[in-house]
Each structure stands twice: as C-alpha cells, then as structure tokens.
Design a protein around this ligand. Sequence first.
Ligand SMILES: Nc1ncnc2c1ncn2[C@@H]1O[C@H](COP(=O)(O)OP(=O)(O)OP(=O)(O)O)[C@@H](O)[C@H]1O
Ligand SMILES: [Mg+2]
Length: 489
Amino acid sequence: MPAGGEGQMKDRIDQTILKTILATVDEAIHVVDTEGFTVYYSPAAARLDGLGSNEVIGRHILQVYPSLSRETSTLLLVLRTRQPILDQQQTYVTRRGTAIHCINTTVPIWDGEELVGALEVSRDITPVKELSETISHLREELYPARAPEKSLVPRRPRITFGDMVGRDPKLAAVKEAATRAAGTTLPVFVHGETGTGKELLVQAIHNASARRNGPFLAQNCSALPEALLEGIFFGTTRGGFTGATDRPGLFELASGGTLYLDELNSMPPALQSKLLRVVESGEVRRLGDLKVRAVDVRLIASSSLAAARAIAEGQLRDDLYYRLSAVNLGLPPLRERKGDVPLLVEHFLKQGNARLGLAVRGCTPRAMDVLLRHDWPGNVRELANAIEGAMALSGEPVIDLDHLPVAVRGPGPIAVPLGPAVIAGPPGQAITAPLDVAVAAYERHLIEAAMNEAGGNVSRAAASLGLPRTTLQYKLQVLGFASPRRKAQ
Ligand SMILES: Nc1ncnc2c1ncn2[C@@H]1O[C@H](COP(=O)(O)OP(=O)(O)OP(=O)(O)O)[C@@H](O)[C@H]1O
Ligand SMILES: [Mg+2]
C-alpha cells in the first residue's frame, strides 16, 4: 500500500476512535468557532440540555442559551481572552427553561499560531448543587444567622467529654488537653485515623466552651466540589456570576459558635488560601458581593492524614495549618488502646439494648478474645458497628464468635466439629486431633504468632492477645518456650 494510503487509513481510524470517545464520555462537549457559532455538540451535551444537535449546530451560543450574555458565557470569554478557564461553575437556563448547574473547563483551540475556536467540557452537578442548597436551607432554619438562641428546633443531648469512653492514658491525656483548650478560643487541630472519635471530641470541646449556646456547624471538606464549597463557606449573593441566591455562608451562620472543618486536607489549595485570609482578617465576603462582614467563629479542623504528610503531599497549606494548629490533639487508634475494648463493648451493648429494645448481656470469652485481638482499622466506629450487627444477629443474651463480622473474626476456623477436631495449624496445615490436643495446639500457634509479631516482646504479645502479661509468661513456660531474657539495663 502506498504511504499516502496508510496515512489516510490512520486518519480514518483516528477519527473513528475520536468519534467513539466523544459519543461515550459522560461529560458534555461543546465546540464553537471564533465567532461563537457551534461546530460540534456531543451527544452528552444534547442530553444535558435536552436539545437536539440540529437545534444547536451552526447556531450562535447566545441563541442557544438565551440566559447567557457576552460577559457570562465562558466560551465567549475564552475566545476574547484566549486564556483557558478551569473548573468554573456556571449556571444557565436551557431554551426549555431548565436550570443546569455545571462545572466547566473551557480552552481556546489553536491551529499553530492561529486561534480557530474554543472548546468546553461540562460536568453536570445539578443534583449535587440541589443537595447542597437543601443542606444550606436546613442549616439556615436550624441556625437563623441573627438569632440563633431563638431556634425552636429541639436540640439533641449535648456530647460531652464523658461520652468519650475509655481509660487509656493516651485518650485521657487528649481529653485533658481538650478540656483546657475548651476554656480558650484558640483554634484546634485534631488528628486521628477514621473512626477514632474526632467529631465526638470536637463536639465535646464546643459544648465545654463558653460558646456552647452558640451554633456548632460541621462541614466535611471532601464532600463537595470546590465551586460549591466556596459558596457554602463564604455565602453567595443574588445575580452573581454563579446564578446563586442571597445566602449566608457557614462563617456567618456559625458566628458566635464553632465551625468544624472536617478533612481540611481535602479542601482545594486555592480555597485554603481564601480560608486563611478570612481567618486572619476575621472578615468574610460573600461570593459576588462587595460588602465585607465581620465574623466571630472558633475554628476546629481535622485531618485523617497526619499533618506533616498532608503538607508534604501538597494537600494541606502549611501557612493555614500553622494558623489553625495553636492546639494540636491526636486521637490514638483503637489498636493502641485495646485495653479499652471491653469498656467500649459494654458501652455499645447498653446503647444498642436501649435503641433496639434488646437485653444482650455481653460476649462469650472467645468472642471477647477475638475482639481483643483484632486490629480495628476502622477504629471505634468499626467496633460500634460490629457490636450492633452482632446484637441484631444473635437473638440470644450473649454475643458469640459466629455473630461477629468476618472482617473481625477472620476467615479462620470457628466451629470445632465433634469427634476428632479439625483445626487449622500453621498456614496450610490441618491438624486432626482430639479436642483438648487441638485446642492446645491452636493456642500454641496463636501464642507463637503473637510472639513473632511482637518481636519476642512479652508485654506487647500479651496486649495483642488480650492477656495479662503474667498469664502469658506462665503459658510460655507451660508450653516450653525458652523464657525470654531480660535486657541488660
Ligand atoms: N471514645 C469513644 N467512646 C464512645 N464512642 C465513640 C468513641 N470514639 C468514637 N466513638 C463513636 O464512633 C463513631 C465514629 O466517631 P467519629 O465520627 O467521631 O469519628 P471520626 O474520627 O470523626 O471519623 P471519620 O474520620 O471517619 O469522620 C461514632 O459513632 C462515635 O460516637
Ligand atoms: Mg468525622
């Protein structure tokens, strides 16, 4: 085949691929020429707007979207400025009268040095936006900006430090530091893996502070796209570029109270610097507004990623972090305070009994043994869910192994059959033996594994097995393990 033929074939294939991509992607794609007349309009765009491509191709952008103007159309703006606009929120009304909220990225199209048009990729966020508006409305009803004390909505019982179950010294130290912080208006930064009780601690701080009768508002910074977060935090003004309504942001709504910025490291960096400006100036300006309003908010932020790592990975601005971390509190993961597991189990049993109308009294020793050995990657939340699930499953006054989630009890053998017991020995081997021998072998296997994992440290192995150190030491002797030497002092 001559070279030209090959080239044509390649072009055809490229075009077919391109067409397939354009027809398949969920994002709407709209291309205009340098005058603003549509030259390409993807099937997803037609679905979004509820228009046929024959109604759009060849028409001017302002004819297709009468609610837009030369100033507000991002495509026309890009043609004028020749600069791309990234992740811009836009609201427009289609010719059928439907309001569409989307996030657009709009770029000029160059053929060498020559501008030949502009392309816009739009992601429909109408459902997310509606949800966020509902949340904002509900918040306004709950916390009317001017008279929070007049709210008629019955409040749920206040969370206090007493609701944070646990006697572990690490937890006790955090609670003590948090109690001291509650007596000040300093910003607080809370670290802790998922489910360690960050939100519980933050609420307890608010309720122990002088602001306890003011509003407490929490916003997860990873939940919504940047364009919406900005309006939610700082408020919006009617008729602004975003097509939004007049609404106070969280800073205004939380005035006189506490604002909890959950997962701060998920907030886009540009918004983090706006946040820093608000924190430093004590003033906020609603989006599209010229007026500045003073705000009086106590800020508490949290991150489930260690701050140093979040900063190193560019997720958290260091200037904002230093500003917000006058007090630093780190909640320990549950695996580092396993001694609290029985207390927490009792707490969740009591809670579950009251809520589900049950009378579950406790766990069998072997179920407790498993609860003490589990690593709890989901921390207290995982334990709470495991207990609640087990209570619902058990239908009996006690929780046994079978009622616990597989993730907790592991896929290992649970039911020991009658007769010669079959148990799992060291990986891959099955041991068939009478029950007492099998149990002893299994115990030996678990102890060996725990000792290996703890690098021979008896105290640590005992903690991970949920046994007192002396009991483990005794078992080690009985099982004929060489007694571990004390380190020379
Ligand atoms: N010390 C505790 N005592 C009793 N309940 C606790 C304790 N810590 C956490 N919980 C419970 O565990 C669940 C998770 O807690 P919380 O929502 O505060 O965690 P979190 O650290 O904010 O988690 P995430 O990072 O996933 O948002 C909640 O139901 C909370 O009530
Ligand atoms: Mg949380």
